[in-house]
Design a binder for this molecule. Sequence first.
Ligand code: BTN
Length: 324
Amino acid sequence: MAINSIDTDIIRALTNHNQYVSGEKLGNRLHLSRNTVWKHICKLRSAGYIIEASPRKGYRLVSSPNIISSESLAASLQTNIIGTEIIVVDSAESTNDLLKQLAKNNINEGLVVTAKYQTQGKGRRGRTWCSNPGGLYFSVLLRPKLPLTEVAKITLLAGITVVEILRSMYGLPAVLKWPNDVLVNGKKICGILVELSADSESVHHVIVGVGINCNQSSDSWPPALCHIATSLATETNNTIDRKQLLEQILAHLEHYYLRFREDKNFLLKLARQYTSLLGKTVQVITNNETYIATAIDISENGALIVQKQDGCRFSLWAADVSIC
Ligand code: BTN
């Protein structure tokens, strides 16, 4: 039985209160009889929601099913832009590509596409992103009013968001590896791929693609990744509730995105605070050359500033940088 908008409203009301709400109160708010409320509660229970019922106190939401569905996300997500519309698919070649297609139709910013797994997950610099079931793969459509020179900040915005959520939800020592990786204990746990449509003047839309290794076990990585990748389950010894993680990330991303629209520079302090590279000797690989330098700073526009031994400084927008 599909969850409908009344079910969603009931879940929202119970989530908002976080305690018992009487059947009468729910009924009044949603213009339903108490009997109809009860029928919807039964339906939600069979969809996996644990809802306590007490004859005198009413209903209390104990837990939601650990399944990512657009209905369950719509019911629990309290955002105004990001995730107000969510498309959940079992599989996609790439959620970034799927969203890119949809974005052509003048869709509002905030649309999120998520897939259980991707068959052609994309990483930066033409690489593939290992996208087996168990991970969290999603893309968010944004339409920021930004000059092209500021777009790098969107990658930082997403990276800072993920770092903070991994720290607060799981207590993990997550750090940002400029520009788009999140590492835990030196291994990659999340990658971010920002793609944009723009002309010489301004940005039309930005697609923020995020892949987080959640429930993959340490023996599930292809040989090339087993020493450099890790997952939340490996780091915490727990199974990860992917829906809860997605909700927290989308809510936090919106919080920072709204702030970013007012003040494009607020995130630089955070980026400097969370970046693992600053002050370190790094190997830089660009399209043209490979060299050793020291990572000095993150510039106002979100570039990494490195200094070679001869004192020459470079601003990097796209490169592979790793600590030597
Ligand atoms: C990288 O580390 O190189 C970036 C990886 C980005 C992976 C995510 S998963 C969701 C979205 N869809 C894709 O095809 N890629 C991004």
